[in-house]
Design a protein around this ligand. Structure first.
Ligand SMILES: *[C@@H]1O[C@H](CO)[C@@H](O)[C@H](O)[C@H]1NC(C)=O
Ligand SMILES: *[C@@H]1O[C@H](CO)[C@@H](O)[C@H](O)[C@H]1NC(C)=O
Ligand SMILES: *[C@@H]1O[C@H](CO)[C@@H](O)[C@H](O)[C@H]1NC(C)=O
Ligand SMILES: *[C@@H]1O[C@H](CO)[C@@H](O)[C@H](O)[C@H]1NC(C)=O
Ligand SMILES: *[C@@H]1O[C@H](CO)[C@@H](O)[C@H](O)[C@H]1NC(C)=O
Ligand SMILES: *[C@@H]1O[C@H](CO)[C@@H](O)[C@H](O)[C@H]1NC(C)=O
Ligand SMILES: *[C@@H]1O[C@H](CO)[C@@H](O)[C@H](O)[C@H]1NC(C)=O
Ligand SMILES: *[C@@H]1O[C@H](CO)[C@@H](O)[C@H](O)[C@H]1NC(C)=O
Ligand SMILES: *[C@@H]1O[C@H](CO)[C@@H](O)[C@H](O)[C@H]1NC(C)=O
Ligand SMILES: *[C@@H]1O[C@H](CO)[C@@H](O)[C@H](O)[C@H]1NC(C)=O
Ligand SMILES: *[C@@H]1O[C@H](CO)[C@@H](O)[C@H](O)[C@H]1NC(C)=O
Length: 495
């Protein structure tokens, strides 16, 4: 059994406390935004050198926090230098910027292992793998946005989600009083910025309707362009308004408390978080192969949907804002109990802690702990965490189909021909009476077992394969199938 190193921050406290208070980190889940990228206004969108630096710094930070042999709060049992692939699950949508970010992050998390990777052959000669013992950790692809809230090539959250009700719900935002009022009151503001953006946005496109794409264009220019036309118009106050209007616009599309399906990306994410942490929790603590660290890359909109559903906004109104590049949140699975030398920890002894960092994480910008679900305590007992997340998490295809009101294609199979006991109304509880809005938002765990050619099975299978054989599936199919070729988005259509 390995005890974790004491957290430096807590050192003074812990010195006074009995030794038993040393906390064990059983595992962690990280959801990560990509680093700095080029503007969405010109395709293809790509990760910049600055962006690569940011995610590499992040990978290095988490190495020093969770992985390295002298890590501050080392994940117990995780391989320190040469990665054991079954301990890791790294996924990203099929998207240049996100895939690239995930890869560079991993280079920081597991840098070339050098001496640790050297092997001695039967004849006594020593061999080192290429590139100084480069550690190859695969980034598994999820094929669309349903799990991660949109690719960077798509301007709009629901464009690639394939979730019928979510598309309708997000479009409802454009009929809301809040939207229409803001559209009117910001007319002059956006029009006044035309000299800055008119190479890309026409007169009629320069409105609040395109708040995010205009913000994105200007934001990227301020980072990369030495010659912005009419740059004197971009005062701090104007830049601030551009950003906060974009925040408001994107929040409106990502979350509405009366229409939970709008936050489908956050609901699916919650399902994946629960499954990942639960897998870690149920595995023998001493297992050398169990999944310990799950890392997913995704778009800012999925952060927003999740923050809305998990009521992070009760902890700080900052959560209403678009997270900066390379932002990430972490859910740590922790315990203060003595861990058993065989078998799994009693779930009653486990807790979860939510941490978030806005922008690139580092010693000068460490992750901060926030309570979730409107609670006052940041440390959440596992059973409470599972129950709170379970209220909105979607972890299987049948629930997804019910929430989305989809009934064809993969959903015809999941709903009608499920094989298990979840395809039919009983198991899902709130089930199929309402196919619109919030209907069917509850989880149907049994569906994971029952569904055949579906997301659930592919996800489950992967977990099984990981647990049993330490193998990797190259590609993880997704419930929403292929990326919608023409996003139904409200955004300006770029060439
Ligand atoms: C040892 O074995 C390896 C692999 O068969 C071979 O490439 C290498 O030349 C051998 N070294 C010596 C000193 O025989
Ligand atoms: C949220 O949903 C409610 C109920 O559908 C609607 O009245 C309200 O306008 C929506 N708000 C936004 C910002 O979309
Ligand atoms: C953009 O605005 C500037 C300043 O008003 C003007 O000189 C320029 O011709 C405009 N460009 C286009 C493409 O409309
Ligand atoms: C900077 O902005 C100008 C005007 O929009 C554009 O022509 C130029 O290509 C941009 N340069 C870069 C490096 O983005
Ligand atoms: C504008 O903001 C930047 C960065 O926050 C700051 O360095 C600068 O002093 C500000 N300028 C004015 C005029 O407030
Ligand atoms: C966690 O996994 C166990 C079986 O390993 C299962 O019984 C339980 O329902 C799962 N909990 C959640 C919240 O998914
Ligand atoms: C992150 O920082 C941006 C400003 O750069 C802000 O608008 C947003 O609200 C912040 N989000 C959180 C969750 O702190
Ligand atoms: C473990 O004990 C320390 C010190 O009392 C405390 O700060 C920490 O929150 C505890 N962790 C858990 C998981 O109970
Ligand atoms: C979020 O938490 C706050 C504080 O506990 C509570 O008042 C509010 O109703 C919660 N909102 C949602 C949507 O659950
Ligand atoms: C649910 O089960 C009932 C009885 O077996 C059957 O009549 C009904 O068609 C089923 N509904 C679905 C959606 O499979
Ligand atoms: C769900 O329904 C919408 C609208 O009919 C459709 O565009 C989308 O492709 C469907 N998604 C799936 C996964 O079948």
């Amino acid at each position: 059994m390995e005890l974790t190193a004491l957290r430096l921050l807590l050192l003074p406290l812990l010195l006074a406390a009995p030794l038993a208070a040393a906390e064990t980190v059983l595992g962690a889940y990280i959801f990560h935004r990509h680093g700095d990228r080029t503007t969405k206004s010109y395709k293809p969108v790509s990760l910049t050198a600055l962006g690569a630096e940011q995610v590499f710094a992040s990978g290095t930070y988490y190495r020093n926090r969770y992985v390295a042999s002298d890590a501050q709060t080392r994940i117990q049992g995780i391989a320190p230098d040469v990665a054991v692939l079954s301990q890791l699950s790294v996924t990203s949508p099929v998207d240049d910027v996100l895939q690239h970010s995930a890869q560079v992050f991993l280079q920081g998390l597991y840098p070339p292992a050098g001496a640790a990777s050297v092997q001695t052959l039967a004849n006594g000669s020593r061999t080192e793998p290429p590139l100084g013992g480069y550690v190859y950790v695969p980034v598994n692809a999820v094929s669309t946005a349903a799990s991660s809230g949109g690719s960077e090539n798509s301007e709009w959250l629901q464009g690639g989600s394939g979730c019928a009700n979510a598309v309708v719900s997000s479009n409802n935002y454009f009929a809301s009083r809040e939207y229409l009022d803001t559209l009117a009151s910001t007319k002059d503001f956006y029009h006044g910025l035309l000299p800055v953006v008119n190479s890309t946005f026409s007169d009629s496109q320069a409105t609040f309707k395109n708040a995010y794409t205009i913000f994105d264009y200007v934001h990227v220019s301020t980072i990369h362009n030495q010659t912005i036309p009419a740059a004197d118009l971009l005062t701090n106050e104007t830049l601030h308004q551009l950003q906060t209007r974009a925040d408001q616009h994107e929040w409106g599309l990502a979350y509405n408390s009366s229409e939970p399906v709008r936050a489908i990306a956050g609901a699916v994410l919650a399902g994946q978080i629960l499954q990942a942490l639960n897998d870690t929790l149920r595995a023998p603590v001493a297992s050398a192969t169990a999944q310990r660290l799950t890392i997913q890359f995704g778009a800012y909109a999925a952060f927003m949907s999740f923050f809305g559903l998990a009521n992070a906004t009760a902890a700080s109104p900052d959560f209403y804002g678009i997270v900066d590049y390379a932002s990430n949140f972490v859910l740590e699975l922790v315990t203060n109990a003595t861990t058993p030398s065989s078998g799994a920890l009693d779930p009653a002894d486990a807790s979860v802690r939510f941490l978030f960092v806005n922008g690139t994480v580092g010693d000068n910008n460490p992750p901060r702990v926030y309570p979730l679900f409107g609670r006052s305590d940041a440390l959440i007992p596992w059973s409470d965490f599972a129950a709170e997340m379970g209220r909105f998490a979607i972890a299987d295809t049948a629930s997804w189909c019910r929430a989305c009101g989809n009934s064809t294609g993969v959903c015809a199979t999941a709903l009608g021909n499920d094989g298990g006991d979840s395809g039919n109304s009983s198991a899902a509880g709130t089930s199929s009476t309402s196919h619109k809005g919030s209907g069917g938002m509850s989880r149907a765990v049994a569906g994971v077992v029952g569904a055949m050619v579906t997301l659930a099975v592919v996800l489950g299978l992967e977990a099984l394969v990981l647990a049993v054989g330490g193998l990797r599936l190259v590609k993880k199919g997704n419930v929403a199938g292929k990326q919608a070729s023409s996003p139904v988005g409200p955004s300006v259509t770029q060439a």
